[in-house]
Design a protein around this ligand. Structure first.
Ligand SMILES: C[C@@H](O)[C@H](N)C(=O)N[C@H]1[C@@H](O)[C@H](n2cnc3c(N)ncnc32)O[C@@H]1CO
Length: 147
């Protein structure tokens, strides 16, 4: 899994076209979303993650919690983003991983939004620009090599 974490004044998105034949079904309300004072986490779930998705979820949540506490962010935007890796996991596995990350972050007390999966989306982002505002993390299940 590759993550790009951007501490932002806000992130807003609007769904455009389908980017997969069968994207995640969404309600009208989910067609656009916005959070202010948010840690935006762009995530590419990778092929290697398919060997142990649950472990990748645990490790990703730990990393996100760690950065959120450093930048004092209480809101998290989980954003599916297929452009951080050339070895993407299959969409059905990727969606499950992202849904579980969202669920666990909510259990930890964060306010969480997740952008819809399988769509082209317009988005606006305002990065805060402080030294920890732009971070990346690579997560691999045990026994897998970092490619
Ligand atoms: C396109 C661009 O504007 C938009 N932002 C986009 O990336 N859309 C992606 C993700 O929502 C999702 N998706 C599919 N596979 C994956 C994966 N392995 N990891 C994460 N997302 C995935 O499916 C879409 C097409 O790849």
């Amino acid at each position: 899994m590759r993550m790009l974490l951007i501490h932002s004044d806000y992130l807003e998105y609007e769904v455009r076209d389908k980017a997969l034949k069968n994207p995640e079904p969404i309600s009208d309300e989910q067609k656009r979303g916005r959070l202010e004072e948010v840690l935006a986490v762009f995530m590419s779930v990778e092929k290697a993650d398919e060997s142990n998705p649950d472990e990748v979820v645990e490790k990703a949540v730990k990393e996100i919690k760690d950065v959120a506490s450093q930048v004092k962010a209480e809101r998290i935007f989980v954003y599916p983003f297929a452009h951080l890796s050339s070895e993407l996991a299959k969409p059905d596995i990727a969606l499950k991983v992202l849904q579980k990350i969202e669920e666990k972050l909510k259990e930890e007390g964060f306010e969480v939004k997740r952008a819809p999966f399988g769509y082209y989306k317009a988005f606006k982002l305002s990065c805060k620009g402080h030294p920890l505002a732009e971070l990346s993390r690579t997560i691999v299940p045990s026994g897998e090599a970092v490619s």
